[in-house]
Design a binder for this molecule. Structure first.
Ligand code: S3P
Length: 429
């Protein structure tokens, strides 16, 4: 069976924001039409950008950008709901804009740390006022049209932090330089380069360094086709590798940016039968291709700090696969998982335990002792987290046993149509 998954969430979020700041009309197809992009699009509209509704079928969307100085003060708070990327990247763009705006979110987003972004942006000259708990949304950003330059050593490998700083450098016309301990996804760098804001990146002793040396006064509009999200494809890959989706599944037109593909390496180490066909047309800034997967027995593996940034969102799935694989699967160096839509280490540990899996919670990861072909059943919680909900929906479908996830509505933030696709795929059995 050949399937497609919704557009990449990280790329869709960036495309909306970059198009909003461009001079001229951007053409973007394949955008994710999900809860998170709806939140970002809604916030941009409130900031005066005419963003039409995102088409549900991936057809082309035209966005007339307002330019780097064109965002307008909103009349009410911007509600980013569940979207950490939307909130943090907009904080960056707003830091270099001459206006004040309050950002808020749902119960999950209100629990997530914001100082990782507000601290560097404050040094550049923006001011932040936390209206509730310190370091948490709701936060009012008081931006400034010209910001000071910044050289920032980020303690975490986070593309959201890096992108917020680069966006502040762009709107605030400031030299910005970020060093992260390991390279995180580089979509912002590629997109900036495509619209005329030159970013250079290179390895240093301290990690990975990214520089926006000479921010331009205007950026060109985007002409971009968003590929399928490899982080969504990962759920289909896991389902098929576990033998719950027939003899062979091909996922077409998936983003294959090397800063995102470590889950494929993990699958191969676990003994999965996976093939990648690169189909990147010349000139495309983001690599794309098809991924073919067939069922196979799985063995345990280890994932450590070096690999974590390249599969951060797939780690709940690695734990779920670990429960079905032969041996002890170890995830370490992944303390960032505690700062996601939920504390994903605690969420995975408690859910796996509820299903009778032998699991150990570490400060920075998990150890899962898997037993192939074991019946797993019970009730688990989504913890307001789309990826936790989907990981256990896949496990339930794959083991063929009753796993009840308490809330599947959260899946809509990144994977509209998940339920329908799962039903289609599992009918293939
Ligand atoms: C994202 C970066 C990652 C990832 C998130 C999307 C992005 O977060 O977990 O789902 O689009 O930049 P961090 O940058 O906090 O690691």
């Amino acid at each position: 069976m050949r399937v497609r998954v919704p557009g990449d969430k990280s790329l869709s979020q960036r495309a909306l924001i970059v198009a909003a700041l461009a001079d001229g009309t951007s053409r973007i197809s394949g955008l994710l039409c999900g809860g998170d992009t709806a939140s970002t699009a809604g916030a941009l509209r409130a900031l005066g950008v005419p963003v039409p509704p995102i088409p549900a079928d991936g057809s082309e969307l035209l966005i007339s950008g307002v330019g780097l100085d064109g965002l307008r003060a909103p009349t009410g708070a911007l509600d980013l709901r569940n979207s950490g990327t939307g909130a943090r990247l907009l904080m960056g763009a707003l830091a270099g804009s001459d206006l004040s705006a309050t950002l808020d979110g749902d119960v999950s987003l209100r629990a997530r740390p914001m100082a990782r972004v507000t601290r560097p942006l404050s040094i550049m000259g923006a001011r932040f006022e936390a209206l509730g708990q310190p370091d948490r949304l709701p936060i009012t950003v008081h931006g400034r049209s010209r910001l000071a330059s910044l050289e920032w050593d980020s303690p975490v490998a986070s593309a959201q932090v890096k992108s917020a700083i680069l966006l502040a450098g762009l709107t605030g016309r400031a030299f910005t330089c970020v060093t992260e301990p390991r390279e995180s996804r580089d979509h912002t760098e590629r997109m900036f380069n495509a619209v005329g804001a030159s970013v250079i990146s290179y390895a240093t002793d301290g990690g990975w360094r990214v520089e926006l040396r000479d921010p331009p006064d205007r950026i060109r509009p985007l002409d971009f086709a968003v590929p399928g999200d490899i982080s969504s494809a990962a759920f289909v890959l896991a389902l098929a590798a576990l033998g719950a989706a027939g003899d062979e599944v091909t996922i077409e037109h998936v983003g294959l940016n090397p800063t995102r593909t470590a889950f494929l390496d993990v699958l191969l180490r676990m003994g999965a039968d996976v093939e990648v066909h690169d189909r990147t047309p010349a000139g495309l800034t983001e690599p794309v291709g098809d991924i073919v997967v067939r069922p196979s027995g799985l063995r345990a593996t280890s994932v450590g700090a070096d690999e974590v940034p390249r599969l951060i969102d797939e780690l709940p799935l690695v734990a779920v696969l670990g429960a079905c694989a032969d041996g002890e699967t170890r995830i370490t160096g992944a303390d960032e998982l505690r700062a996601k839509e939920s504390d994903r280490i605690a969420a995975m540990a408690s859910n796996l335990l509820a299903l009778g899996v032998d699991v150990e919670e570490l400060p920075d990861g998990l150890i899962v002792r898997g037993v192939p072909d074991r019946a797993l059943m019970g009730e688990v919680r989504a913890w307001h987290d789309h990826r936790i909900a989907m990981a256990f929906a896949v496990l339930g479908a794959a083991t063929g046993h009753a796993i009840q996830v308490d809330d599947l509505t959260v899946i809509g933030v990144s994977f509209p149509g998940f339920d329908r696709l799962m039903k289609t795929l599992t009918k293939e059995r």
